[in-house]
Design a protein around this ligand. Sequence first.
Ligand SMILES: [Zn+2]
Length: 334
Amino acid sequence: MTTTTSDAPASNPPKTSTTIAMEILAEVMQFRRMADAHACTAKPCLSCLSPHLAKVVSAIDQGQPITFVLPAFPGKSPNLAKVLGPLPDMAEQRSLEFLGGLCERVRKHYAPGAKIILCSDGRVFSDAVGMNEENVTAYQQVLSHMIEDLSLNSSISTFTLDDIYAGQDFDQMRRELLAQHGKPLEVLQAMVRQGGKQPCDRESEDAHRLYCGITRFLVEDSMFPGQTKTRSAIQKECRGRAYQVIQRSNAWSESIANRFPDCVRLSIHPQACGSKKLGIRLMEADSWMTPWHGVAVDIGGAFRPFEARACRCTWRRTRVPRRASEPLRAFSKS
Ligand SMILES: [Zn+2]
């Protein structure tokens, strides 16, 4: 184990890479999303840290930034009751600023700082969640412009399915992904069933939790104005589609792990103590709603994501001008 003197006062002994790595992880884990209320919610225990520690130590030993990968920012929900349109808005901006701030927080402990690669997964399951392909493309482009406009390019970058399978049509990209990294649906269904029982192993429990979360998102996205199907019919349909989304999502996860083996894996979903993924908030305030499932609402200077329909009646719509692309849209409490 090497040591570093980069940010240690002259009178103190130099910190080891492991000590710095633990400080960095504790800093990031302040903004963790945890699956269960647990003693380590306030302070990460060794089990919380251990899946990520070796990667962080290795980056420090090489003097490299700590790099995180986060599958997220797929595209705006197709449900216009929840969002204002298909393009990133103030909700995404606030989220990017928060993630950029997280990288700066790491820099307090370690001069090379941190980078986050946003592995935008919209193309991976756009057909399964009812997202228009052109909207996914436009969302990805505007998100990249937004990162540039916010001068976050040194810490935040994007990576998409289009980057891997450039030049192929979108269905072909997804077929290639599943052929290389996909698992049979039956295996996934058995694991989710097992995860709904007690006792069960960690992997099955995580799979069941993800299945419930994805099903909920799919049901909400299907409850758009003018929907004629009953809620129970929608729920049945979404339970089937959830398996397809998770199958693709898992294949995307494996593809990312192969491509970025040295990066710490973040997740937008809450994770249990000891998980290989680190569940992370996307805004300062903890919220189960992601920026792409809602709009940003300014409540006393702090933005939180809300469904657009919850805001339209009671909150004044505001427009914040931007240099490039669409005007940013947000609501402010009047
Ligand atoms: Zn723990």
